[in-house]
Design a protein around this ligand. Sequence first.
Ligand SMILES: CC(C)(COP(=O)(O)OP(=O)(O)OC[C@H]1O[C@@H](n2cnc3c(N)ncnc32)[C@H](O)[C@@H]1OP(=O)(O)O)[C@@H](O)C(=O)NCCC(=O)NCCS
Length: 171
Amino acid sequence: MQKLNTTGLQGVFDKYSKDDLRFRLVNSGDINEEYFKLLVQLTKVGEFDQEKVSKFYAQHLENNPYFFLILVEPTGVGSDGKKRAPAGLGTLVIQPKLFRNLCFAGIIEDIVVSSEHRGKGLGTKITSCLRDMAESLGCYKVLLYCEENLQSFYEQPGLEKKGIMLAKYFN
Ligand SMILES: CC(C)(COP(=O)(O)OP(=O)(O)OC[C@H]1O[C@@H](n2cnc3c(N)ncnc32)[C@H](O)[C@@H]1OP(=O)(O)O)[C@@H](O)C(=O)NCCC(=O)NCCS
């Protein structure tokens, strides 16, 4: 059976990490209030409850081989001596497919850049990093759904408009 090969991911992170910003996979220690403060800039998140959030992460995401959550971390510590809040987040979801001799497709999701880090190319880098991760994992394509106003933003990392998206929200 074809398996996901994750050995190339560190090389992808190294390509995008610079002196002051490091790209890496999220781990359970990152799932905290700071992380949620950034998610609020993307969508509705609801009330933050550390215990419930940690349990959900452990049950559904931590060992899920098809979900790759990444974050961009400013290096060093803040003026209070604490680790600095993440500058950006993104997700790559892998879909195993029964066609094309058994293969994988990637879906880029949930990209957000903290308001203080916007407008400096970080969103484009996160998209490019997730695109390269999909390629490195052996996906034959990567997809991304977005609002029309963000089309030109996502075209910069080389994604092209293909079809349209339909959605039905249940809540
Ligand atoms: C969208 C977002 C990730 C962009 O992050 P960023 O780091 O500021 O992006 P970049 O600096 O790489 O911007 C690249 C280009 O996209 C454009 N762009 C950025 N945000 C845009 C927006 N909301 N609408 C239209 N164009 C946008 C920029 O103007 C820039 O173009 P330029 O190079 O011609 O000046 C950030 O604004 C964000 O987190 N928004 C809230 C969450 C969100 O909407 N996420 C996307 C979900 S699909």
